[in-house]
Design a protein around this ligand. Structure first.
Ligand code: TTP
Ligand code: MG
Length: 359
């Protein structure tokens, strides 16, 4: 197979950087984007923090209350308090499109993997040197047009490109050529390898192994004995091999959950509580998958006799907030307790909640 040259771009502190650019008065301040902290009692999590706020220990997915308390501690130490900003999903999506339009104007194929990350194939540049020149050009145009910085990594496959883009953040450009891959990877901490999470790391740590090189002492059979079906792929990753196939992103159409009750019920409070809990979980996984909102919400009810009905609501503007989600879910639920959707007052066996037209 011919050797490919793959790039990976990852924008720096993306949501925070967009806000800093749109609001120049934020310059130099620690900034956190995410849920409203409501003076320390807010719910929800941090979407991202700029580098100044990361110094306080604040990072993506941290509960917003924690971020608030870290900021308060900083204030008490005499440092600047954090500026908290509520996510503006549509704005970030807009900028994201601008960025990827620039990238795609330089490359043949591109695989967007999140709101601020994409792989691209630049094999046709012919050499790592030429690839580096193109990457520099891409970075330059992004900074000129969007006033934001991103980090690019280039390597022989997607895994190496992604590792490389992370090595010199922010505003980094890191090339790991096919020839350099094996040795460069050796020195890196095990957690650098995608697929090595806390559990695998811990397993190696108990054996006194912390680096990629250390973990290479095991044969692929031994790796299989240790990690089962993942063993062989881990063995390969430790040696720097990875996929070069750029897939068009699979468009996820909906995201949802359902729950069957232990006994059929017509208890509105109970059912409503279950739906609220589902709403919370669905929104969390929506954010985790890097969607910023949705337009359609669908509630499905299955009665004790298995008759199943769905009702939905679609809004013209994307919905981002949990409170609106919950209000809509309730609006969809109530008719199932009234003559409109449930004239015989049948008991309910299962409820499901689904979000569609994801943004
Ligand atoms: P990342 O690229 O993971 O983070 P980042 O761009 O903020 O910082 P870095 O410089 O380290 O790349 O994610 C991109 C955006 O996605 C981020 O700005 C906010 C959003 N996001 C969430 O909303 N929730 C999350 O848990 C994560 C990880 C990101
Ligand atoms: Mg990023």
């Amino acid at each position: 197979m011919d050797d490919r040259i793959i790039g990976h771009i990852d924008m720096d502190a993306f949501f925070a950087a967009v806000e800093e650019r749109d609001k120049p008065w934020l310059k130099g301040l620690p900034v956190v984007i995410g849920a409203d902290p409501k003076g320390g009692v807010g719910r929800g999590v941090v979407a991202t923090a700029n580098y100044a706020a990361r110094k306080y220990g604040i990072h993506s997915a941290l509960p917003i209350q924690k971020a608030w308390s870290y900021s308060e501690s900083a204030r008490k130490r005499g440092e600047r308090g954090v500026v908290f900003i509520t996510s503006r999903g549509r704005r970030y999506a807009e900028i994201s499109k601008e960025v990827f339009d620039i990238v795609s104007s330089y490359v043949d194929t591109m695989q967007i993997t999140s709101i601020d990350e994409a792989y691209f194939d630049i094999t046709n540049t012919g050499s790592y040197e030429e690839a580096k020149r193109v990457a520099r050009q891409i970075k330059k145009e992004i900074t000129q047009k969007t006033k934001l910085t991103g980090s690019i990594g280039i390597g022989p496959n997607k895994m190496i490109a992604k590792i490389a883009s992370d090595l010199q953040k922010p505003d980094g450009l890191t090339i790991i050529s096919a020839d350099e891959t094996y040795d460069l990877l050796a020195r890196l901490p095990l957690r650098t390898i995608p697929g090595i999470g806390p559990k695998v790391e811990e397993k190696f740590k108990r054996l006194g192994i912390a680096t990629v090189e250390g973990a290479r002492i095991f044969s692929w059979q031994e790796m299989q004995d240790m990690f089962g079906s993942h063993g062989f792929s881990l063995y390969q990753k430790l040696r720097g091999s990875g996929s070069v196939t750029l897939r068009e992103p699979q468009v996820r159409k909906s995201i949802g959950k359902h729950k069957t009750f232990p006994e059929d019920t017509i208890d509105l409070d109970l059912i409503h509580a279950v739906i609220e809990e589902m709403g919370k979980k669905i929104l969390a996984s929506l954010h985790k998958k890097r969607f910023t909102g949705f337009r359609t919400i669908v509630l499905t009810v299955r009665f004790g006799d298995f008759e199943t009905k769905s009702r939905s609501l679609t809004s013209s503007e994307p919905v981002h907030s949990l409170s609106i989600l919950q209000a809509r879910a309730l609006k969809l639920l109530l008719p199932f307790f009234e003559a409109t959707e449930n004239p015989k007052q049948k008991k309910i066996r299962m409820v499901g909640l689904r979000l569609e037209k994801l943004q």
